[in-house]
Write a protein of this length. Structure first.
Length: 557
């Protein structure tokens, strides 16, 4: 097994390097390209735009029987299939058309889109570069490059690629959706209203989210608030973990004791959670007033949960105090048993985060300044979607060295000399995702999730490397309630970022919901039974992590 594990580590290292290195340092902006002119939509196109995905697939297939290998028809069919989560059928459709026209840049880009959706961004990156060489004017290629740059924390480069994609095809619904988020508040309101004025291929769930987003934008415009900011003199701290019991079997969970508006709150540390989420009772106790409606998604078989956002005048964690910060409030108590809320470590994305599980403490320190920066700006608490590394401009650059690496105040990943031993990870919003080799064989994406009681794997990924049995009585629940179908996968060794962990009877659950939201196939979660034996260092700003394991600290793998 040692040889196989070493091979798996080498594969993962090479994949992560190639996923970053094979992306173009700068796009072919100088090439003269024409703006795409779309013909009148066909019946199949109208069905796709109207979210009638099954009917659209039937019509596109009919067209392909008459025009096999046609790129536009194949693209429509694949997008209709992906909306229905029919991933293998989408793979087969691309393969069939490429067999007829193997040098089609449009089809090669489409293959890259499917590879990304399959959870193989390291392969999709190579495909995107191949397609860009064949046709530097394809807007979908620039969109794919933008998405790949984005999950690699190359935010400045991603923005440039997205701008080119939008210049070439401003009517493409997917390009337009992403472009809207680059605008100012008032521009986003106007463009979101225009986007919602006609069918764009969104299903009812997505339309609900867009309408909720628009309502929140209008609320922010009508009642602007100060940005969350640090008011205490300290910019770093060390905070001991609090230990909670989170289920009848007395499984320990680690958290932080915080104060919201001076009222105590017990918050579970959860790298799988987005921002700061508290229960309705905790919000009432802290006198948090509702600002706008929100929706929250998590593990569980129930529908997404509604809640609301509120502003806390003061949030104190350790010796750090922040003011005017957003808090999300969950109306129901689902997923918050025994605690007052969840604290995602992405709230500390302006810090270098260290979760020292063996010593049971959280350390927050300054991030290394980028080249040309005199110092990093004073950190704040990132509790709002309006305060993200990919959308909000930091302080103006001090000199030309910084200007070269930024676009619109955005920056690409910077690996400081003292962080050369860190592993780059993929990041989608608050989620950190690592490729993990399973039993030294298949490589799949897993979410770093300290809030999960156990490392889990999807039944599909588990069946590729081991046997999967029926439920063994393990209860899994989250914000979206209880998971009804829980299986057990026989022994699996997970190899990721220089760590190898063998797990017996791995919890196996469906991960299709999180895969849809992430836009990539997620094969499971690296949970507490793996992570609480490690010291975890996280640089959210640059998408970097490092795991330390010391067998002399009382743990054994």
């Amino acid at each position: 097994m040692a040889g196989r594990v070493s091979l798996a580590r080498a594969i993962l290292r090479n994949m992560l390097l190639s996923a970053v290195l094979c992306l173009p340092g700068k796009s072919l902006f100088a090439v003269s390209c024409s703006v795409v002119k779309h013909p009148a939509p066909s019946l199949a196109d109208m069905a796709l735009l109207g979210a009638e995905y099954e009917q659209a697939a039937v019509l596109y297939r009919g067209g392909l029987r008459s025009h096999p290998g046609d790129a536009e028809l194949t693209m429509g069919l694949v997008h209709a299939l992906l909306h229905q989560q029919k991933l293998q059928e989408a793979v087969d459709a691309v393969k069939a058309s490429l067999a007829i026209d193997p040098n089609s840049a449009a089809l090669i880009t489409l293959r890259g889109e499917v590879e990304l959706r399959q959870g193989m961004p390291w392969i999709a990156a190579q495909t995107a570069v191949e397609s860009a060489r064949l046709d530097p004017c394809n807007p979908r290629t620039h969109l794919l490059l933008a998405d790949l740059d984005h999950i690699n924390s190359l935010f400045a480069t991603s923005r440039k690629e997205l701008e080119v994609a939008h210049q070439l095809d401003p009517e493409d619904p997917e390009i337009r959706r992403e472009w809207i988020h680059t605008l100012t508040l008032q521009e986003r309101i106007a463009e979101t209203e225009a986007y919602l004025a006609a069918p764009r291929g969104d299903d009812e769930e997505d339309l609900f989210r867009w309408r909720l987003y628009l309502a929140n934008l209008k609320k922010m415009a009508a009642e602007p608030h100060k940005a969350c900011h640090l008011v205490s003199p300290a910019a770093s701290t060390e905070i001991p973990f609090a230990v909670f019991m989170r289920d009848p079997r007395h499984i320990a969970a680690f958290g932080l004791e915080a104060k919201l508006n001076g009222r105590s709150a017990r918050l579970e540390i959860d790298t799988g959670a987005d921002g700061l989420v508290v229960s309705h009772s905790a919000a009432e106790h802290a006198h948090l007033k509702s600002f706008s409606q929100t929706q929250m998604t998590g593990v569980g078989d129930q529908a997404d949960k509604l809640g609301y956002t509120a502003y806390a005048d003061s949030i104190r964690i350790g010796n750090l105090e922040f003011q005017d910060c957003t808090v999300r409030v969950l109306d129901s108590k689902s997923g918050l048993d025994e605690v007052d809320g969840l604290i995602g470590m992405d709230v500390f994305s302006h810090f270098l985060v260290t979760l020292d599980y063996p010593m049971r403490k959280l350390l927050l320190g300054p991030l290394p300044p980028r080249p040309g920066e005199a110092a990093v700006a004073a950190p704040s608490l990132k509790t709002s979607d309006e305060d993200r590394d990919d959308t909000v401009a930091p302080a103006p650059a001090q000199n030309a060295a910084v200007q070269k690496t930024s676009a619109h105040g955005l920056y690409d990943r910077y690996v400081a000399p003292e962080m050369k031993s860190y592993t780059p990870v993929y990041r989608v919003g608050h989620l950190l995702m690592l490729p993990a080799a399973l039993n030294g064989q298949k490589v799949r994406l897993f979410v770093l999730d300290t809030g999960a009681m156990a490392t889990t794997i999807s039944p599909e990924a588990a069946r590729e490397v081991t046997k999967v049995r029926s439920s063994f009585g393990f209860n899994v629940k989250g914000i979206n309630g209880k998971v009804e179908n829980v299986y057990a996968a026989d022994e699996v060794t997970f190899t990721f970022a220089h760590i190898s962990h063998k797990v017996q009877s791995v919890v196996s659950i469906d991960t299709s919901r999180i895969s849809k939201d992430a836009g990539m196939e997620i094969s499971g979660f690296l949970g507490a039974n793996t992570l609480d034996q490690l010291t975890i260092h996280i640089d959210y700003r640059d998408g970097l992590v490092k795991f330390d394991y010391d067998p002399n600290r009382g743990y054994r793998y």
